[in-house]
Ligand binder design. Structure first.
Ligand code: G6P
Length: 368
């Protein structure tokens, strides 16, 4: 056990640190300098992607958050409507299936009971084809899908998923770009995104270098019982994933909200006992986010902001700013996930919880 962990204290920390390598491995052989190689997404990719007019994504847990990010990408870059739903809800309701809908399951293990049940139903229900994004070759999901894009995360031992998530995002962005090209994404824009994707492993390493200052920030959470995570746009699912990580391993109640919903409820909870974590890459929504942050400050809430250094947010009493490298808005969700993983990890270590095997949770939920 100890040998496999190498010099790391926990599998989760080891897996967090593997992310630049496994994200790189997931794009390896699937990109040129300017474009995604569609054939590398599977022999049948060309045929199956041909007439896709709608995408239905199904997943559970962290994989569901990856699906939520993908929805922003698919609608923005491919201009195709995309719905996302947790498998346990999807499988128990009636659906209106649009013609030529691709059914897309995301699962680290490929054995999650609800996801498999949803897939089996979908096959009867008239979806065009089933695509799987999965980390385990030979899993039930892989065997039962028409097209598979494997993530190359390697075995993930920590129950709280980390490297599986960032490799899922990588695979989903590759898929989105392939779909987008068929739907009119200009060559130059694809090249721009491919370049952005190629920079992600280096940017992940830059964020991992913030480990010590993030560990210091984590001290402010140890004696707290509640926390709020805010993000806008494709950073909202990143906030959800950050909150899930904190819940899973530190047992601190964490809620994520799209920042614009703050005044519709959660603002009533904000006081000095409620740390507010925000992810703020320098994108079009930054100015709006800035005013949300002021609202939190005005109620005495303590802010922990992970912001693009170009945003120029100042440290002040009650506002802790962690400067992040400048990243392309499209790839920002991948990079901004990393500091939130580190934050949860360090809070859990300080609280002395069982980081790799949190109470009541299983790595793979194979029964309903
Ligand atoms: C469990 C795990 C999570 C995971 C979820 C979905 O709840 O603890 O980390 O995200 O299952 O698993 P899957 O293997 O389908 O991605």
């Amino acid at each position: 056990d100890a040998a496999e962990k190498g010099d790391y204290r926990h599998f989760m920390l080891k897996e967090i640190h593997e992310q630049s390598r496994v994200v790189q491995a997931t794009m390896e052989g699937r990109l040129t300098d300017r474009r995604v190689l569609e054939q590398a997404l599977g022999t049948d990719a060309e045929n199956l992607l041909q007439d896709v007019r709608h995408v239905q994504i199904i997943a559970c847990g962290t994989s569901y958050h990856a699906g939520m990010v993908a929805r922003y990408w698919i609608e923005e870059l491919a201009g195709i409507p995309c719905s996302v739903e947790v498998a346990s809800e999807f499988r128990y309701r009636k659906h209106v299936i649009q013609p030529d809908t691709l059914f897309l399951c995301i699962s680290q293990s490929g054995e999650t009971a609800d996801t498999l049940a949803a897939l089996r139903q979908a096959k009867e229900a008239g979806f065009r084809a089933a695509l799987a994004i999965c980390n385990v070759p030979g899993s039930s999901l892989v065997r039962e899908s028409d097209l598979v894009i494997m993530t190359q995360a390697g075995p993930e031992i920590g129950v709280a998923s980390t490297k599986a998530f960032t490799t899922q995002l990588t695979a989903l962005l590759l898929f989105t770009l392939a779909l987008a090209r068929r739907n009119g994404l200009p060559e130059a824009e694809e090249a721009d995104m491919v370049q952005a994707l190629r920079q992600v492993p280096g940017q992940i390493d830059q964020v991992l270098a913030l480990d010590t200052p993030i560990a210091r920030l984590s001290e402010a959470f140890v004696d707290k019982h509640h926390s709020l995570f805010l993000g806008r746009g494709s950073q909202f699912p990143v906030a959800l994933e950050g909150a899930l990580k904190l819940k899973e391993i530190s047992y601190i109640h964490a809620e994520a909200y799209p920042a614009g919903e703050l005044k519709h409820g959660p603002l009533a909870l904000v006081d000095s006992e409620m740390p507010v974590v925000t992810v703020a890459p320098n994108n079009a929504l930054m100015e709006k986010l800035r005013s949300n942050l002021e609202e939190v400050r005005a109620r005495g809430g303590e802010l922990f902001v992970f912001a693009d250094e170009a945003v120029g947010l100042a440290e002040e009493p009650g506002v802790h700013v962690m400067n992040m490298p400048s990243v392309h808005p499209i790839t920002a969700p991948i990079v901004y996930t990393i500091p939130l993983q580190l934050l949860s990890y360090h809070v859990a270590v300080l609280k002395g919880t069982d980081v790799d095997q949190p109470r009541n949770l299983a790595k793979s939920v194979t029964v309903e």
